[in-house]
Design a protein around this ligand. Structure first.
Ligand code: SAH
Length: 348
C-alpha cells in the first residue's frame, strides 16, 4: 500500500479528485501531516469520516522506526531507522550556529563504489521512496518539537546517490519544501552528487532553487578514478562542462566537496591543480575532514595540513571553507553505524 507521505501537493489533489473531493482538502491534509504532525488519520478532525475511511483503504501512514542511535559529545545524533521491509538507513542531526541540519539517506546501500566511503560496503538494495526520506525528517522534527526545535537545513548526503534515485529525491524535496507543510526553504536543501552528468543536466533544466553540491575529491582523472569509479563514466571535463552550464543557466553557486586524505590528494600540487580546475566558476570548495573507516586504509590529514591546503587554494584565487568536525567520537561517516549494526546482527 502506498504511503500518504509519498504524495506531493499536486498528487494529493489528484487523489482527492478521485474521491470526488475539492482540491483545498489537500492543503488540509498537508497541514495535518506536516504542521500538526499527527500520527493517525483519525486525528484529522476537519475531514469527513467517510473521506478518512476511503483514504485509509488506499494509503498507509506509517512512520519510520528508530532501532539505534549514537549521541556525540558535541550533540550530533546519528539515527538508524528501520523501514517497513526491515531495511535500515542512517540520518545524522548536526547543530550549527546557523541552525540544525539533518543529513538524510536516499538509498539502502549504494552502488557508486567510492573507495573511501563506508556506504559502499553494502551494495544498493533499493531506492528509498519519497515517503521514507520524508519519514526521516518527520521523525527528527517530532523529536525536536519537544524542545521547541526545528530542522532548519536538509542535506542529502547520507547513504546513497540521490541522482541515482532522481524522481523520488526530487519529490521528497518538493514535499518538505511545500509552504503548506514543513516549509523548509529551497535554499536550505542541499543535494550532493558524485557526478551523474545526465541527471545534473536534468536538474539544470528544472531550474530548481535547491543547492547543488558535487563530490570532487580529486583534481585529475587519474586520481579521481582510483577514488570514485563514476569518473570512468563521466570524466572531469564532461562533469565540469555540465556544471558550468548549470551554474550559468541558473545563476547558482556550486559547492565542491573535497575530502582531504593523507598522502593521497593533499599536496600543494593538488591544491594548485584544484584551483586551476575551479577558477572562474561561481563555486567554492568545501574541505571536509575525513571520518576514518575501519575497512579501508585511508587516513585524515591533521588540522595544520588542512589549513595549509586551504591557504594554498586561497592564494590561487579560489574560495574554500574548512568544515568543522562533527560527531568525531561516534560512527558519523555515511554507512558506518549501519555497517556496524549489520555486522553485530550477523555475529549474533
Ligand atoms: N552520493 C552522494 C551523497 C552521499 S556522500 C555524493 O557522493 O555526493 C556525501 C559526502 O560525504 C560526499 O562528498 C562523500 O564523498 C563524503 N564522504 C563519504 N565518506 C566519507 C567519510 N568517511 N568521511 C568524510 N566524508 C565522506
Amino acid at each position: 500500500m502506498r504511503s500518504i507521505y509519498d504524495l506531493n501537493l499536486k498528487q494529493m489533489e489528484e487523489m482527492l479528485a478521485g474521491y470526488g473531493q475539492k482540491p483545498y482538502r489537500a492543503k488540509q491534509i498537508f497541514a495535518w501531516l506536516y504542521r500538526k504532525r499527527v500520527s493517525d488519520f483519525s486525528e484529522m478532525t476537519d475531514l469527513p469520516q467517510s473521506l478518512i475511511e476511503k483514504i485509509r483503504q488506499d494509503y498507509s501512514m506509517e512512520p519510520v522506526h528508530e532501532i539505534a542511535r549514537q549521541t556525540a559529545r558535541d550533540g550530533t545524533v546519528k539515527y538508524l531507522f528501520e523501514m517497513k521491509d526491515g531495511a535500515s538507513v542512517e540520518a545524522v542531526l548536526m547543530h550549527f550556529h546557523f541552525g540544525d541540519s539533518l543529513c538524510v539517506s536516499s538509498q539502502i546501500g549504494c552502488n557508486m563504489g567510492c573507495t573511501f566511503c563506508a556506504s559502499g560496503l553494502l551494495k544498493k538494495q533499493r531506492d528509498l521512496t519519497a515517503a521514507e526520506m520524508t519519514g526521516e525528517v518527520l521523525y527528527v522534527q517530532k523529536e525536536l518539537d519537544r524542545i521547541g526545535g526545528r530542522v532548519d537545513n536538509i542535506v542529502i548526503m547520507g547513504t546513497g546517490e540521490p541522482f541515482d534515485n532522481y524522481d523520488n529525491v526530487m519529490r521528497f524535496c518538493e514535499i518538505i519544501n511545500s509552504d503548506h507543510g514543513l516549509a523548509i526553504g529551497a535554499r536550505h536543501i542541499t543535494i550532493s552528487t558524485c557526478g551523474i552528468v545526465p541527471r545534473i543536466n536534468d536538474f539544470a533544466k528544472g531550474h530548481y532553487q535547491y543547492n547543488l553540491a558535487v563530490s570532487l575529491h580529486a583534481s585529475n582523472d587519474e586520481l579521481r578514478r582510483q577514488l570514485m569509479p563514476i569518473d570512468r563514466a563521466w570524466p572531469l571535463d564532461v562533469l565540469m562542462d555540465a556544471l558550468k552550464n548549470y551554474s550559468q543557466d541558473n545563476h547558482r553557486r556550486l559547492t565542491f566537496e573535497y575530502i582531504l586524505l593523507s598522502g593521497v590528494n593533499d599536496s600543494d600540487a593538488h591544491a594548485k591543480e584544484l584551483a586551476d580546475l575551479i577558477r572562474g566558476m561561481n563555486a567554492y570548495i568545501n574541505l571536509i575532514p575525513y571520518n576514518q573507516v575501519d575497512e579501508n586504509g585511508y587516513r585524515s590529514v591533521d588540522e595544520k595540513k588542512a589549513l595549509h591546503f586551504y591557504d594554498v587554494l586561497m592564494k590561487h584565487g579560489v574560495k574554500a571553507t574548512l568544515r568543522s568536525r562533527h560527531g568525531d567520537d561516534i560512527d558519523a561517516a555515511c554507512g558506518q553505524l549501519r555497517a556496524k549494526h549489520e555486522r553485530n546482527k550477523d555475529s549474533q
